[in-house]
Design a protein around this ligand. Sequence first.
Ligand code: NAD
Ligand code: 2YG
Ligand code: MG
Length: 259
Amino acid sequence: MALLTPEDLENLLDKLEYNEKVIKKVTGFEIKQICEETYGTFPDSEVVGIVPVTSGNGIIDNFTASLAAIVNHFGLKGFVTEHTDISGYNEAVSRRADIIMMADDHIFIAHNLKNGKISTNHECTGIIYSEIAARYLHADSTDILVIGLGRVGYAGASHLAKKGFNVYACDPNIEFLEKAVKELGVKPYERNSGKKFSMIMEATPCKDTISEGMVSDRCLVSTPGIPCGLPENIGKKYKVDMVMEPLVIGVASMLYSVF
Ligand code: NAD
Ligand code: 2YG
Ligand code: MG
C-alpha cells in the first residue's frame, strides 16, 4: 500500500477549501451535507482521541496533528495522545475520548466507544468519493466509471451499485475485476468501446490512468488516488472538473460513519 508522505499533508486546509468550492459547484452541496445525507448522522460534540502508532514504517510526520486539525475543523474536539500505541490508547480512553482514531501501515480506523461503530478509511473514502461523483449536477446518464477496484475502488463501486447506478469498472488485476462483476454486477469497461463517461471515480496509486477515450466534455473526476490519475492535457482539453484531496474528505466520511 502506498503510504502518505509528510509532503502530502502540507497545506491541507487550503486544499480542502479549494475542493469545497469545486464540490459545491459540481454537486450543489457541502461536504458536511453530503456526509450527513450519506450516513444519516450528525455530530454531537464528540471528543476524538488520536493515537500515534509506531509499528511498521512508524510515525508519519504531521499525520496525527493533521487528524486533530481536521477533527477541529469539523467542529469536534480532537487531541493527540502524548503516548504512542497501547499506552496512547489507554491515555485516550482515560482522557474520555468518545472516538479513537489510529492508523498503522495497513488500516486506519475510527472507533466510537459509545455506540460501538467502527469504520475504516479505505471503505469511507470509497463511499464519499463515489457519492460525490454520483451527485454530479450535469451528468448525462446514470452511467459511471470506476477506475481501480482495490480497497477504495471496490467500496466505491459497491456503494454506487447499491444506489442503482450503472457501474462500469476497470482494473488490470483480472481477479479483482471478476470479483466486482460477480459480487456487484459491474460491467467491465472496454477501452475500444468508444463509451465515454460524465462521472468517473478513480482510485489507484498510479499516474495517467484516465485516457482520452473515457472522458466526455465537462465530465467530473472524483479521485482520492495519489498521484493524480488525470493527465493535465486531458483535463484542460475536456474542461474536466476534479475533486482530489489527500486526507480530509475521507476522514470526514469516517467520522460521520461512526456518529
Ligand atoms: P489498492 O492497492 O488496494 O488498489 C489500487 C488498485 O488500482 C489495484 O487493484 C490496482 O490493480 C488498480 N490499478 C492500478 N493501475 C490501474 C489502471 N491503470 N487502471 C485501473 N486500475 C488500476 O489501493 P487503495 O487502498 O484502494 O488506494 C487507492 C489510492 O487511494 C492510493 O493511491 C491511496 O494512497 C489513495 N487513498 C487516498 C485517500 C484520500 O483520502 N485521498 C484515502 C485512502 C486511499
Ligand atoms: O501514527 C502514525 O503516524 C502512522 N502509523 C500512520 C500511518 C498511516 C499509513 N496509512 C496511509 O498512509 C494511507 N494509505 C491511509 C491514509 C489515508 C489517506 N490518504
Ligand atoms: Mg480524503
